[in-house]
Design a protein around this ligand. Sequence first.
Ligand code: AHR
Length: 500
Amino acid sequence: MTTLKAQIFLDTNRTIAPISPLLFGGFVEHMGRCVYQGIYDPQSPLADANGLRQDVLQALRDQAYTVIRYPGGNFLSGYNWLDGVGPKGERPLRRNLAWQSIETNQFGTNEFVDFCQAINAAPMLGVNMGTGTIQTAADLVEYCNIASGTYWSDLRASHGYRQPHNVRYWCVGNEMDGPWQIGHLDAVAYGNKALEAAKMMKWQDPTIQTVLCGSSGDKMPTYPDWDRIALEIAWEHVDYHSMHYYAGNRDNDTASYLANAVEFENFVETLEGTLRYVKARRRSNHDVYLSWDEWQVWYKGDPLQGNWTEAPHLAEEIYNLEDALVVAQWLNVFLRKSHVLKVACVAQIVNVISWLHTRPGGLLKQPSFYVFQLVSSLARGEALDLLVKAPPVATQAYGDVPTLDVSASYDAATQQGAIFLVNRSLAEAVTAEFIWQDGKTVTIDHAWQLTGDDPKASNSWETPNRLVAQPVAKPKVSDGRSTLTLPPLSFTVLQTSVQI
Ligand code: AHR
C-alpha cells in the first residue's frame, strides 16, 4: 500500500458561518415500521407508559437529534390530522394510499409532540397540501399553538393537552412537484396554494417558521424552475426552502459513489443561486434558507408497498461501510454550506431507510449510526473555512476529486473544535498534516475512526459490532502542526481544544 500526502490548513478566525443546531434533525413518517414497531410499540415490554420504546428513545438521544419532521413524506398528502387526535378507541382505521398499508391512527400529533419532548428535539410538523386545504392547515396551527378559548385550541385541551405545543417549524406540504404525490400540483398552482396556506398559518401564529416544498431531487425534469417559480410566488411568507435527495451506488461504482458529495454541493449551490436571484428579483429584505429535510442513502430495492397490512417491513435498508462514508461526506457538506443550509433531517430515524433497526428484543445500529452520532454531538459553534490540499482520486462520474473530504468546527465559547475527515481512496492511505495558522496552542483530545477493508461490509444481528467508530491514538500537536495517517475507506474524527 502506498501512502499519499495531504495538508489541511485551519484558522479559528477563518469561519464560514455559525452551524445551525437544526442541521442534526431526523424524519418520522407513517411508513412501514418507522412509527409502529419503531418509536411506538405499546405491546413491547421495552415500551414506557406512553408506548414509546425506551431503547429506541435512548439511541435517538445518543444521536443528539435536535428537530424531528413528521408525519410525512408522501403519507402527509393524504392525511387528515383529525384522524390522529382524540380518544384512541375512536380513531379511524384508514388506508394509507401512499404506502398501500393500513393506518391505525393510534399515534398522531399529540403523541408525536410527547415523543419529541422525550428525546429533547423540536417538532417540525407538515400540513397536507395534497387533499388538505389552506383551512385544514391553519386549523392545525390553531390546534397546536393557541393557548385556549377557541374551537381548535379547546379541542386540544379536551384531548388532555392544556398547554399549547408551540410548534415552531412547519412544512407546507411534501414533494408537491412529484407526479407520485397525492394531489400533485405544478409550480404555479403549488406556489399560490403554499402562499395562502403560509399566510393563514402565520396569521394564526406569527412566531412560526414555514418551509416551502423545493424540488424532490436534482434529477427532477422541473428542477430548478420549480424552485424559482414557487419561491417567486411565496417568498415573503416562507423561511426555508426544502431539498430532498436519496443517494445510492446504483452502478456498483464505488469510486464514483464515494465522490457523491460533489453532487450534494452542486445541489446546494444551485439553490443558493436561486434564492439570491429570487430575493433580488422581488427587491426583498427577507431571507430564505435551505432545509435539506430528506436525505439518506436509499437504493437497495426493499418493497415499497405494504399489501394493505399494518406496519409492513418497507425500505429497511442494510447499510455498509461505503454508505457510511457517503453519510459522513453529506454531514461535511452541511458544515461547509452552513451559511445557507440551516435545517436537515435524515430520512428516516428508525427502521425505514434508517441506520437503526428494531426487532422485538433489541436494536441493530448500522455503521452510519456512529458517523451521525459523532458529528451531531461534536460539531458546534462555527464551521471553519479550511484550505485542503489533497491529491486527486479519479472517478468515472465526476472526474478527479480530492482524496480527502473534510470539514471542521470551532466553538469560541468552549474553545473546543472538531475535524471530520473522509479518505475516499479505495486502496491508498493518506498522511494528513494539520497546520493551525492562528498561532494558538492546540491539543487533540480525542480521536475516533470508522474503517475497514471491504466497502460492502455491514453489521448484522449476528455481528452487530463489525463496523463501529473506535477510539484511536490521538496525534500530538507541536508548534501548531500534527500528522495522522488516514487509512483508505475511512472516516476519522478529531476533537480539539485551544488554550488561550
Ligand atoms: O422518505 C420516504 C419518501 O421519500 C417520502 O415519503 C417522500 O417524501 C420521499 O419521496
